[in-house]
Write a protein of this length. Structure first.
Length: 143
């Protein structure tokens, strides 16, 4: 079943105050910096569960990227929320695996300590033989 929204369960805190510093697709893990919003750049770090959301209010779906300079609709999700995020290539994820962020706004499998885990996979996804440009989508639960 094709998903049409990023926020699958839960009510994120939404912010639309800052501009994109680069092209960002809904579902990317993002971070706020002094100049605006960018894809997460902290590898396996303790970062906020903040994801770019779709602009359905202006007719744009989850596949329509924000251009640099566009205002970005960002959702910050709490534990138990479900998100349709991007998974990095090169991983064979089992349902229940813990995930953290990489330096390009994608999630990846982690063996790091619990404090650095952002999400838990809600489905099995294998990207070990795939090299997508912007990642493969995966349903996750924020931890």
């Amino acid at each position: 079943m094709a998903r049409t929204v990023i926020a699958l369960k839960g009510d994120p805190i939404v912010n639309e105050d800052d501009k994109a510093l680069e092209a960002i697709t809904p579902g990317h893990l993002v971070m706020l910096v002094a100049a605006g919003v960018q894809k997460n750049t902290a590898n396996a770090a303790n970062v906020a569960a903040a994801f770019a959301l779709e602009r359905d209010d202006v007719g744009k779906n989850i596949d329509v990227a924000y251009a640099s300079g566009d205002y970005v609709k960002v959702g910050v999700f709490g534990p138990g929320s479900h998100v349709y995020a991007f998974l990095a290539s090169g991983f064979n994820i089992a349902k229940g695996d813990y995930l953290t962020g990489n330096t390009t706004g994608l999630l990846f499998s982690t063996g790091v300590t619990a404090g650095l885990r952002i999400a838990r996979a809600l489905e099995a996804v294998n990207t070990s033989a795939v090299a997508p440009v912007s990642g493969t989508r995966i349903r996750v639960e924020i931890v």
